[in-house]
Design a protein around this ligand. Sequence first.
Ligand SMILES: [Zn+2]
Length: 296
Amino acid sequence: MLLISRRFLGLLVVLAGAPALGYAGPVPTPPAAESFPLGQFRLTALRDAQNVVPNDNSVFGVGRTPAEVSGVLAAAGAPTDKIALGVDALLVQGAGRVMLFDTGLGPRVHGQVAASLALAGVTPDEVTDVFVTHSHFDHVGGLATADGQSAFPKAVIHMSAKEWAFMRSHASNAGLVKAISAQVRTFEPGGMIAPGVRAVALVGHTPGHTGYEISSGGARLIDIGDSAHSAIISLAKPDWDIEYDQDPAAGRANRRALLTRLAASHEWVFAPHFPFPGVGHVEAKGDGFIWAPGKP
Ligand SMILES: [Zn+2]
């Protein structure tokens, strides 16, 4: 149905209720919406799902050993047999816009973004803009309703030109591409694409993977998309390969460069796969980094 890696396929299969293929997969999660201010903007983290992956080097620490991964998890006080990830989206209201950053898994596979959006008091028709970090199904699945229609019919759907080309290159995306094509507006990263929203190329995870800097009244937060997946492992060991990165070398380089910059600037970060609400700071520690959750 959508652009997926082998592990994402496992996730999809589990969500659909099929045999688990030895893969832990997502934990059913109730909707949640957690709001906070950023300058004149009101931001809301929207919970979609949780994803639990085993500590077997199939996703995290590819080419390493489970013991190495366990060491990192134990040092952070986390369970060592599995790695728990959030799946979240971000709502930004302000400047006369209702802006949604990524859309979660979608209703076909029990994604909760639509329900979380309702908790935030927003209807799908009110969304004016959707910004896509990349076209993996846990970010674009929610662009369609359960019956395959556009989920946000009045929104402009912003996506980097490279990512839109990448998305359309997969026949499995045909239905979704058809549902949203008329609404898609592509861009080249590096500039402002909406009031208070600047697109930043963060290449490696996918060819057109994009982060979004959201600014208002001198305050700033960056949605880093899938530049880092685990708030523990991806930060402590940014140079370890993750199976989800399409270009692992570029993914490593992007991750270290981005985390280095964020630790220096100490700006607010939203990370869709960090523990809900996925908001906080990156801090340098040793040769890596740690996550400091918090809200503006
Ligand atoms: Zn993702």
